[in-house]
Write a protein that binds this ligand. Structure first.
Ligand code: HEM
Length: 579
């Protein structure tokens, strides 16, 4: 198979499995389903920071050498660790998240009054979105991506299901029990927070063990992952404290001076650190731009991790102390500044290096990643303006709601959509189910978010019914966008890799190039012959379906030091016996 810049990795591995050793040397960790990523080689070279010509030279040498006797044909089994997390996050956001949000927004618009809704319900929606949509999505992706960027195996994989069970049970209990005026069930509230804290500590343990077990050199993104995990743990214990406060005092709403700054600690601390880490490691290849400016990125790390705790404490105390209030106003500046410095450091809006311009690949996710950073700029501006609008005033509350939305939908949700549309097809070695649905999602979500963020600001400035009306419609555009995305991603996750239908053709002759899977598939009686000649893995159906589709008779006999002609004779004899 002649190798060129657009050669798809999974096709090359299919044709020449010996090449997998070279890809593994450059950190290809079983990504991309059964046969490797559905990715052009030139893109792989840029994403894995390896010189293209060196890579191709080594690939050709491996093919030249062929499979030697001791060649260990790696078994490529699809790693589905992320799937249940991502699917659950989609279900949660499309139910208690966006659907509830859209209904609430229409009700607020109809009543022309933000305080017309039972606030405990809003907090339940907020928690469902923060932990159920963002939290679970990030946990699922991190469990898949971190072993790959750290070139190590996921540690304590057996604990993942425990972690999953605890986080979804905790969130479900919280969302149901917090607004429920039914005293006998209130004890379930602290139970929910304990279950969430347990899940997040388990997740942190698995991820930190995986990062620390890696022999890879420490990258600039590593500390962002570790800081993100630290803020995830801190915010979940703050959540535990807030819930015990609610339970002890028989309250239904977390006091706003706690809850509002806590939302930003969770978003800027945990969520931003994870997104920034993944962006630092991948955006230069995804957008075909130069690698990051490390000085700027390191400065951002410092500013955000020093500012977030000060931001939280000063905002919490702002209602009680003028000094704290003045400080809280000031804290918006370094945070907003850090967002701009990160965009500069990441080079998001800079010209492409054109290194991959000759490479044919789906780049539809690129506009989504850039749109997310435009919303981060909008968020930074609202953050600064909001801080000078008078603490606790109605107009400031409206700006606060707009900021939350610009950050959670415009930046974070957009980023999740952009990355999952790129990574999940790569994980699976397939194409996104529908590019048309991806484009519709992009337009509807940006339009809905634009309507929400700016109409809510205008509601805060002059409260005209028209602006309430526009705001009330925005949630339905966002619901349509996330429904299309959820359907598109769900279909992509359920796609099985298209297997070259080579087998359909009836095998009339067994040759050295025949795939071992096809022989047994069409002549099951030959399985015993394989076993007699020592091909023990053939007893395992998964091995037959994975390795068997890749290995030819020639390859298998070479690896097991079996006489090719003698083996082919034995197979043909067995088949003839049956006729
Ligand atoms: C995409 C469609 C969404 C709609 C229609 C929606 C709707 C709403 C509404 C009507 C409110 C109450 C009014 C306000 O405080 O602004 C609210 C609050 C909130 N939403 Fe959403 N939301 C959406 C997405 C999200 C997402 C993705 C998150 C992310 C984590 C989120 C987190 C929150 C939080 C934390 C609050 C409470 C804010 C506070 O109490 O200060 N929402 N949402």
């Amino acid at each position: 198979m002649e190798i060129n810049r657009n050669t798809i990795i999974k096709d090359l591995i299919e044709a020449n499995p010996e090449t997998i050793v070279v890809f593994k040397k450059y950190n290809l960790v079983i990504a991309g389903g059964v046969r490797g990523p559905n990715e052009p080689i030139a893109f792989f070279a840029k994403a894995h920071e390896v010189d293209y010509d060196t890579l191709v030279k080594e690939l050709n040498e491996a093919i030249e050498k062929g499979v030697g006797e001791h060649f260990e044909l790696p078994v490529l089994v699809e790693d589905r660790v992320y799937q249940k997390f991502v699917k659950t996050a989609i279900i949660l956001t499309l139910t208690v998240g966006v659907t509830f949000g859209a209904i609430t927004l229409s009700y607020i618009a109809f009543k022309l009054n933000f305080n017309s809704v039972y606030y405990a319900l809003i907090q339940a929606h907020g928690h469902a979105q923060m932990y159920g949509w963002l939290g679970i999505c990030i946990m699922g992706f991190a469990l898949y991506i971190i072993p790959r960027v750290k070139n190590s195996e996921l540690k304590h994989r057996s604990l993942v299901n425990v972690c999953y069970f605890f986080i979804i049970t905790g969130i479900a209990l919280r969302v149901i029990i917090q607004p429920l005026p039914y005293k006998p069930a209130r004890f379930l509230l602290p139970v929910s927070a304990i279950m969430e804290a347990t899940a997040i500590c388990l997740f942190a343990f698995i991820i930190l063990r995986t990062i620390l077990s890696s022999k890879e050199k420490v990258g600039i993104f590593d500390k962002f992952f570790k800081a993100g995990i630290t803020w995830f743990i801190i915010s979940t214990f703050m959540n535990l404290g807030m819930i015990f406060h609610l339970y002890k005092h028989g309250l239904y709403e977390v006091p706003r001076h706690f809850f509002s700054p806590y939302i930003h600690l969770y978003l800027f601390g945990f969520v931003f650190m994870f997104i920034f880490a993944i962006n630092i490691r991948t955006v230069y290849a995804f957008l075909d731009i130069k690698p990051v400016r490390e000085k700027a990125i390191n400065l951002v790390f410092l500013i955000i991790n020093i500012s977030v705790p000060i931001y939280y404490i000063t905002h919490m105390l702002a209602g009680k102390s003028i000094i704290a209030y003045r400080f809280s106003q000031f804290m918006a500046l370094p945070l907003a500044g850090a967002f701009f410095i990160f965009i500069y450091g990441l080079r998001v809006f800079e010209r492409s290096t054109k290194e991959l311009q000759d490479v044919v690949m789906d780049r539809s996710y690129a506009k989504t990643i850039r749109a997310a950073y435009i919303w981060l700029i909008v968020s930074a501006i609202i953050l600064v303006v909001m801080s000078f609008l008078g603490h606790g005033t109605d107009v400031q509350k409206r700006f606060h709601g707009s900021l939350n939305h610009a950050v959670t939908v415009g930046f974070i949700t957009m980023m999740i959509i952009g990355y999952s549309s790129k990574m999940i097809p790569t994980f699976k070695g397939v194409n996104m189910y529908s590019l048309r649905l991806s484009n519709a999602t992009f337009i509807l979500l940006n339009f809905g978010c634009f309507l929400r963020v700016f109409s809510q600001i205008l509601v805060g400035i002059n409260g005209k019914p028209l602006f309430y009306g526009v705001m009330g419609t925005s949630g339905w555009f966002e619901l349509a966008a996330l429904s299309l995305f959820g359907y598109n991603l769900w279909k992509t996750i359920n796609l099985t890799q298209e297997v070259k239908q080579t087998a359909t053709k009836k095998l009339l002759e067994i040759t050295k190039d025949t795939k071992v899977f096809d022989v047994v598939d069409q002549y099951p009686e030959t399985l015993q012959v394989f076993l007699d000649f020592g091909f023990n893995q053939m007893a395992n159906p998964v091995m037959r379906k994975t390795m068997g589709r890749v290995a030819s008779i020639d390859m298998a006999t070479k690896m097991h030091n079996v006489d090719l002609d003698k083996f082919i004779n034995a197979i043909n004899t067995k088949i003839a016996e049956k006729k």
